[in-house]
Design a protein around this ligand. Structure first.
Ligand code: GLU
Length: 452
């Protein structure tokens, strides 16, 4: 059996860290098993689905490196859902209901006030042909519910272990709306069956859906010879540091804003999300392959994982400190630092939390800087000792050795005035690395107190 998984977002908004974590876990699962990963757009909600969100999903996954082997769009498959619905009607598993939303609300409220679970009472099953004809003559159109078997539903969840539901404790789900449109509970199962999905890995907000959907899988298998029931894994959803769901901050936690506003590297996000809520420590990883090698769904814990944007930023910094120039050359060029090279990158990366901060150091090495001068006489003495070019990583040591011998200064008294004159700042990347990038002409002028 070859493993097949899917990530099935609804294109009704931007992907946020919670969604994309599920995409990543599915992708890692597929790659680890040598299986395949399907991207499926659950876009049957035509009012809320938007092409720009669908494009955003593809852009975000591509940015993270989560390539998909297969692609499907539910709105391409209405004909197929109609076929399945017809078969389920023929076998009596889909039955027409005529209650209005107001009537259903009243029924629910009445059950709840009696302390009973709000389970649909199946009144529609007791209608005869004459009743239906009368309701339709009043202009009512049916929605269609799936008739659940009142038997236990059980599965062994890869995260939650054995799960048990009583069919009788579940409400018959509506699968077809009054306007004939099929709903997610049905379309997802039809797709998973037709596309031979072997493992459904999703958030624990879908646990009750799974109980219902297992019965739908079984009904399809019976009426149509459809796919086998997949294995399920339900991951606890991410929360913020206080344990609240992330929904309130979804805008700021969208993948697009982490990338475009927060300057987060794809491997920082992947390194965090692959390990959050698992028994593995969170460490910077530079390639998805490393995460694949370390992945095991058995490491996913049932405890609620907390997402902390500060932790992500710290990991971003650690990743940048390790990333070779080739991996950031495109980003540096996009910042307008076209001439940035490996020497520049290696000089400045230890001081960065975000790539965009490289601009500040580019301004120090490649643009005029107003030096900070406290002790002009000392700086003039130091300037006179600057070696001739070419300069390399040994120049700083040679030069400051000579300045120390000549002036008797050492430590902070020696280095801080030089740093303040050469860069205009008190802190920054190692001067050993910066000095050759600043070059002799600029260094000499800055030591003389000139903006250069
Ligand atoms: N479109 C559904 C969602 O985003 C898919 C859930 C599933 O994985 O079945 O919640």
């Amino acid at each position: 059996m070859s493993v097949a998984v899917r990530f099935a977002p609804s294109p009704t908004g931007l992907l946020h860290v919670g969604n994309v974590r599920l995409a990543l876990v599915n992708w890692l699962f597929a790659r680890k098993a040598g299986g395949n990963f399907l991207l499926r757009l659950d876009d049957t909600d035509e009012e809320r689905s938007k092409p720009e969100y669908a494009e955003g999903i593809e852009r975000d996954l591509t940015w993270l490196g989560l390539t998909w082997d297969r692609f499907a769009r539910e709105s391409d498959r209405y004909g197929r859902y109609d076929e399945v619905a017809a078969a389920l009607k023929a076998s009596g598993r889909l039955y027409p209901c005529y209650e209005t939303p107001e009537e259903l609300n009243l029924k629910r409220a009445s059950l709840v006030s009696q302390g009973r679970p709000p389970i649909y009472d199946r009144a529609a099953l007791r209608l005869g042909d004459a009743d239906r004809a009368r309701l339709e003559s009043e202009g009512r159109k049916p929605h269609w519910r799936f008739k659940l078997e009142h038997t236990p539903v059980e599965w062994t969840d890869l995260v939650r272990g054995p799960v048990h539901f009583e069919g009788a404790a579940l409400s018959d789900p509506v699968l077809i709306r009054e306007d004939g449109r099929p709903l997610y509970t049905l379309t997802s199962v039809v797709d998973d069956a037709d596309l031979a999905i072997t493992h459904v890995i999703r958030g624990e907000d879908h646990v009750a859906n799974t109980a219902v959907q297992i019965q739908i899988f079984e009904a399809l298998t019976n009426s149509e010879g459809g796919g086998a029931v997949p294995v399920f894994a339900h991951l606890p959803l991410l929360t913020d540091a206080t344990g609240q769901g992330l929904s309130k901050r979804l805008g700021s936690l969208s993948v697009a804003s982490l990338r475009e506003e927060e300057g987060i590297e794809p491997m920082a996000l992947a390194s965090l999300l692959a390990k959050l809520g698992t028994s593995d420590a969170i460490e910077p990883r530079l390639t998805l392959d490393e995460l694949v090698a370390e992945f095991d769904i058995a490491k996913v814990s049932r405890a609620t994982p907390k997402f902390d944007p500060e932790e992500l930023l710290r990991l971003n910094a650690r990743i940048l400190h390790l990333l070779p120039f080739e991996r950031v050359a495109g980003e540096l060029a996009a910042l307008g630092l076209d001439d940035a090279d490996a020497a520049f990158w290696e000089a400045v990366r230890p001081n960065l939390s975000r790539v965009a901060e490289a601009r500040d150091w580019w301004a120090v090495t490649h643009a005029p800087v107003a030096p900070a001068v406290d002790d002009p006489a000392f700086l003039i003495e130091a300037a006179a000792l600057l070696p001739e070019e070419p300069w390399d990583l040994s120049t700083w040591g040679t030069w400051t050795g000579a300045v120390k011998a000549k002036t008797g200064r050492k430590g902070k008294d020696l280095f801080l005035p030089l740093r303040r004159a050469l860069t205009g700042r008190d802190h920054g990347p190692e001067l050993k690395n910066l000095l050759p990038l600043i070059g002799r002409t600029r260094a000499e002028k800055r030591l003389a107190g000139e903006t250069a």
